[in-house]
Design a protein around this ligand. Structure first.
Ligand SMILES: [Fe+2]
Length: 324
């Protein structure tokens, strides 16, 4: 998921366009929030017109749908706002339709948007990974169990957790009066959309309803505050560790160096092992999936540095010293 740093962005500032792509019926309108220009993987705000109807279909991509307004009939069940679907690639989704229209977030995680009409799963599709949740009605807010912890008043509903990568999809709130005064960054990309409400952030100002960001790893964010609270939809593409600090001027390379130095201190044996065998470590657990290429793809930091105009060299020889 290599996407550019997009922050801040507000979808209320742009108009819907008609999505005219292979297999997509008429009445599918979108606003593009972020896109991986190599694969077409993307996150969109979507408005399905009243009467929109989609046949039973599969996609060559994991697809996530989060309903924000209106209703969507999927198979026999009508899903109201708060409805969430994680549809693994190749898993057939029943015909869906909306009588009066439906406003949603739609994410294609691997390819550009498309549907292939089919009421059968593709070979190898992981149907057990299908998630369908009425997140507003059937789930309660949880205190995050992340360590170190965000400030009091940030609560989560975990919608999807990838055991292999620790990528997450979640709803989060900042309760009214929320304040967090330190600065955060993570080892993963982070994406969020404001379903409702406005929060303030030191770097990017106020983010209102319809506000969105796709933020690569190691980009500083925070302090935060929200007067009236927010409801947000968020995702990460890896393990969400809160690296907190107080230096607003550090750049992504410095932040990554600090994270690496922490790893050396906290997991010294693992760190030593990482430098053996030419950096290649065979994973007996996921033997087929792990390649040097997939590892390269996860290096977001160069994009972040380009986006922020930070001077850096493109010599990929590893320096084995990371300053904390
Ligand atoms: Fe964050």
């Amino acid at each position: 998921m290599a996407r550019k740093h997009i922050e801040p962005f507000v979808d209320r500032d742009i108009h819907f366009k008609k999505l005219e792509l292979k297999g997509i019926p008429g009445g599918y309108n979108y606003k593009m929030l972020s896109i991986d220009e190599d694969t077409g993987a993307c996150t969109m705000t979507v408005q399905w017109d009243a009467g929109y109807r989609q046949p039973p279909s599969v996609a060559y991509s994991d697809v996530e749908i989060f309903i924000m307004d209106g209703a969507l009939k999927v198979g026999d069940r009508v899903w109201a706002k708060g409805g969430y679907f994680f549809v693994p690639r190749g898993v057939s989704l029943p015909a869906f339709s909306t009588e009066k229209g439906c406003f949603a977030l739609v994410m294609y995680n691997d390819t550009e948007p498309h549907i292939v009409e089919s009421d059968q799963d593709m070979d190898g599709a992981e149907r057990e990974g299908l998630i369908q949740l009425a997140t507003y009605d059937d789930m309660s807010w949880q205190m995050p169990t992340l360590f170190p912890q965000t400030a009091t008043g940030c609560l989560l509903k975990l919608l999807h957790f990838d055991e292999k990568t620790h990528a997450m999809t979640f709803l989060y709130t900042m309760t009214p009066g929320f304040k967090q005064d330190n600065i955060s960054y993570h080892d993963c990309a982070e994406e969020a959309y404001h379903v409702w409400g406005t929060s303030w952030m030191m770097q990017f100002g106020n983010l209102p309803t319809g506000g969105y960001f796709w933020r690569p790893a190691y980009v500083n964010h925070g302090a935060f505050a929200s007067d009236h609270g927010i409801l947000g939809f968020g995702r990460t593409d890896g393990d969400l560790h809160n690296h907190f600090h107080w230096n607003p001027y550090s750049n992504p390379a410095e932040n990554a160096d600090r994270a690496a130095a922490r790893l050396i201190r906290q997991k010294p044996e693992l760190n030593k092992w990482m430098w053996t065998k030419d950096h290649n470590h065979f994973d007996f657990e996921y033997a087929a999936a792990y390649t040097a290429e997939s590892e390269d793809e996860r290096v977001h930091i160069h994009e972040a540095m380009h986006a922020m105009g930070v001077e850096h060299d493109h010599d990929h020889d590893h320096h084995h010293h990371h300053h904390d």
